[in-house]
Design a protein around this ligand. Structure first.
Ligand code: PPS
Length: 568
């Protein structure tokens, strides 16, 4: 192991005196408002979590990382840490200049001295770094649909740490953790990386891993950004705190890591190892499908289950952290205890509850046995995940103009109000255009703004336990997906494709708009002179032709019942 694991690590912060002066000077520089992911990256750059990086990658380093997992000087570095910006901002700045980096509230966190500016080949980045240019991968989707088109690289001078109001006492910089380990005399520390609540199986496996490595244990969960749809970090941290007293206090520590994960499987595992080395750890637990992104658009896994372990093992010496094999722990009923799955004697009964099954039990308010989890953890999960029939949700209708979205949406609103229990809000396309988006037209840009506004309002309604029914055309799949991701943080998103054909909509032509569109009097008309991406996998697809409104509404009601969102 490298000898420097316990000594202090270089940080990128200016001294307090220079920081005060730089802050004043930076007020006059062009400034970039960092995205949430960039704030996470910047924090780990500044505090040494991404050491040896001295800033956002320049072009030569980026190319080396993408192609070979190495910086231009040959140092192992698996993940591009780049500052993506808009074309408009990129046009205003040039290599040799400085820019101020601000958090979303406008606070200046750092100065970037631009050394490189370039337009990356995102398809190549996706292929090489994540293994496929497939937007089913959350990081590839981010790359194509959220990240700006131009990258800026250069050295960072840190002015101040990003502000966190939550769980302050549980957040530690690499140097704070190193000092803590030094003070307690911990010399072998095994890190456990996680983005999920810990149940008994995790407690058993981490406890055993630490014992086998004769090491202390650092539970090091990610609280920056994880996989879309994960349990929010507030709930998770309360769950971690509830488990902490199951470990001997003198051998185990909990610290939160403000990392923005990419779900990059093997490369991400190597990255996690380097980050843990920087945080003073000597070992890391790497499991099956570490940092896995789920299924690709063909329904197959992006990576093999042990790819992450293989890549980690191959680079273990350079990472400077030893891999501890994750043993899948299962509950053996006859013995009333956990054992590694491969050590269970033949004929014994194994009990297990999968993640999907756990979510179902929470959703439906069913029993979660004590052999599976700790009462404190279950209580926290139940607090934030009441049964689905008591949570808010969004019903999102999409379809061509005149397809019948508003009619079915209105019928559903009435039916849901008749059932009672939750407030119902209808965000109909025409209503929204009148009250929220009256200044917008029908260009792609304006339609996207319109749908994002609807998504924002619907996510607030969902978060607060109501039912939002949206009925815009929403022609673009990527925008619908962004709205889904925003809402699924708080409740279910039920996409209903009103699949009335263009011919039928045009035949009905309720508002006379198709005629005008055919005559060229209305431009950019969906289906005629503007695109409509047909939803690939909506929760419900409604065929309205030949069916009455009641029947269509009933199809949606059945789906809602089936998803546990309403009680029969
Ligand atoms: S979008 O694409 O989701 O922002 O559209 P939306 O807000 O739902 O607005 C669609 C309604 O606006 C009328 N309209 C047009 N639709 C499509 N293309 C063009 N160019 C256009 N111009 C006006 C039309 O009446 C749509 O109403 P619905 O209820 O869908 O028939």
């Amino acid at each position: 192991m490298p000898a420097n694991v316990f000594g202090p690590l270089p940080e990128l912060y200016a001294s307090p005196e220079s920081a005060a002066r730089l802050k004043l000077e930076a007020g006059g520089l062009p400034s970039w408002d960092l995205t949430p992911r960039q704030v996470c990256d910047l924090e780990l750059l500044m505090n040494g979590g991404f050491s040896p990086l001295g800033g956002f990658l320049g072009e030569a380093d980026y190319n080396g990382v993408v192609e070979e997992m190495r910086l231009a000087d040959g140092t192992l570095w698996p993940m591009p840490v780049t500052l993506d910006v808009s074309q408009a901002f990129a046009d205003k700045v040039a290599p040799g200049g400085d820019i101020a980096l601000r958090d979303p509230e406008g606070v200046i966190l750092a100065i970037l001295s631009i050394s490189d500016k370039w337009t990356p080949d995102k398809a190549r980045e996706a292929e090489k770094v994540f293994g496929a240019d497939d937007i089913a991968h959350p990081a590839v989707n981010y790359l194509h649909h959220k990240a700006g088109p131009v990258y800026l690289g250069g050295a960072i001078t840190g002015i101040q740490q990003p502000v966190h109001y939550d769980f302050k006492a549980r957040r530690d910089t690499p140097n704070e953790l190193r000092a803590f380990f030094r003070k307690l005399g911990w010399r072998r520390i095994v890190a456990f990386q996680t983005r999920n609540p810990l149940h008994r199986a995790h407690q058993e496996l981490t406890f055993r891993a630490a014992r086998e490595a004769q090491a202390n244990l650092l539970i090091h969960p990610v609280v920056g950004m994880t996989k879309p749809g994960d349990i929010d970090h507030f709930t998770r941290v309360r769950c971690y705190e509830a488990v902490l007293d199951q470990y001997p206090a003198s051998t185990t520590a909990l610290s939160l890591l403000n990392l923005a994960m990419r779900m990059g499987g093997p490369r991400e595992a190597v990255w996690h190892g380097i980050i843990r080395r920087n945080h003073g750890c000597t070992h890391m637990i790497v499991g099956r499908d570490h940092a896995g992104p789920g299924k690709n658009s063909q329904g197959k896994n992006f990576y093999g289950p042990y790819d992450a372990q293989d890549l980690f093992r191959k680079h273990q010496d350079e990472i400077g952290v030893e891999m501890v094999d994750f043993k899948q722990m299962v509950y053996v009923q006859e013995k009333a205890q956990y054992e590694p799955r491969d050590e269970v004697a033949a004929g014994q009964t194994i009990l297990d509850i999968s993640g999907t099954e756990l979510r179902r039990r929470l959703r439906e308010g069913l029993d979660i046995p004590e052999w599976f989890s700790f009462p404190g953890v279950v209580a926290e999960l139940r607090r934030t995940s009441p049964p689905r029939a008591r949570q808010g949700f969004t019903l999102f209708f999409t379809g061509l103009s005149g397809s019948g979205k508003s009619t079915v949406a209105n019928a559903l609103m009435i039916k849901l109000m008749e059932m009672g229990g939750r407030p119902v809000t209808l965000l109909d396309g025409d209503l929204v255009r009148k009250h929220l988006s009256s200044e917008l037209g029908f260009s792609k840009e304006h339609r996207d703004i319109n749908i994002r506004r609807i998504g924002y309002v619907a996510s607030e309604i969902t978060k607060n336990g109501g039912i939002a029914i949206c009925a815009p055309i929403a022609p673009y799949a990527a925008t619908r997906r962004a709205v889904r991701e925003e809402i699924e943080q708080f409740g279910a998103f039920v996409e209903v494709h009103v699949a009335t054909s263009l011919e039928e909509c045009e035949k009905r032509d309720r508002k006379g708009l198709y005629k005008l569109a055919r005559e060229g009097k209305i431009k950019e008309f969906t289906g005629i002179s503007d695109p409509y991406d047909v939803p690939e996998a909506p929760e419900v697809r409604l065929d309205t032709e030949g069916f009455d409104v009641d029947y269509c509404a009933q199809q949606v009601i059945l789906k809602l019942e089936n998803m546990g969102l309403i009680r029969a």
